[in-house]
Design a protein around this ligand. Structure first.
Ligand code: SF4
Length: 247
């Protein structure tokens, strides 16, 4: 559950200090993105459901899906995560219905918690009939990573193959081979067959050389950030002997 510190909120929120919006690079070419000459970016609302109502210094708990984004984009900890009430389930259910939000969620997450992170959505690579769009591209400490969301375990391999194609084009454009991450939105009912499917894909991560990260794993990393105030992204995403990062 989230709570707004009304006293601080009323004091610090002004039209120039409005943390309900942020800017994300959308579109543009891979080379201009890498050269930092991105010209296209869009302003997006942080809260996906309109639950964050800064003018009234409140959060509508009925529509808040506990994505946690406002916790780390708010200055002076105006928004606090005060209690866990099966929160991941709420977030996960929202993402199952709105998978494209996961891409924006990761983009805002990375750019808000890592100072030197560059993040772009739908970045173009290749040309002519070979042009493809990178669903999400991040560059952290000069390390490029391609991200794609898989709605269910059966979409994981297709997502990994799509990233392989894009990786080839990046390589042909003169870039180093990027890392690849597929984020798996958990199925709403985890059961034995769900675990078996994950095991099956554990082998595929080696075959296609990508990392598989469940949304729950990433959400828990963010939740821990709220108490520790730091995320070691390199360890979180790469320096882990496991091929599948899940709870
Ligand atoms: S946690 Fe997410 S859904 Fe809830 S108010 Fe904050 S931004 Fe909105």
């Amino acid at each position: 559950m989230l709570d707004v510190n009304q006293k601080i909120c009323k004091k610090i929120i002004t039209p120039n200090n409005d943390f309900s919006k942020t800017t994300i690079a959308i579109g543009g070419s891979f080379n201009s993105f890498i050269d930092s000459s991105i010209t296209r970016s869009s302003e997006v609302l942080i809260c996906p459901t309109g639950a964050l109502q800064l003018s009234e210094s409140r959060i509508d708990l009925n529509t808040c899906v506990e994505c946690l984004l406002c916790c780390f984009t708010s200055p002076e900890k105006v928004v606090r995560f005060v209690e866990e009430l099966g929160s991941f389930k709420k977030f996960n259910n929202y993402c199952i219905d709105n998978p494209t939000f996961v891409t924006y969620w990761v983009a805002i997450l990375l750019s808000s918690t890592k100072n030197n992170a560059k993040v772009g959505i739908e970045v173009k690579v290749g040309g002519g009939s070979r042009e493809k769009r990178i669903p999400l591209l991040s560059v952290i400490d000069d390390k490029a990573t391609l991200w794609k969301v898989a709605k269910s375990p059966k979409n994981v391999e297709r997502a990994a193959l799509a990233l392989n194609d894009i990786s080839e084009l990046v390589n042909q454009s003169g870039g180093n081979k990027p890392s690849k991450i597929v984020i798996l939105i958990e199925s709403s009912e985890k059961n034995k067959s769900h675990d078996m499917i994950l095991k099956f894909f554990e082998a595929k991560t080696g075959e296609h050389n990508f990392k598989l990260i469940t949304l729950e794993y990433l959400w828990n990393v963010v939740k821990n950030w709220i108490s520790t105030n730091s995320i070691d992204w390199d360890t979180t995403l790469f320096n882990n002997s496991k091929r599948i990062f899940h709870k």
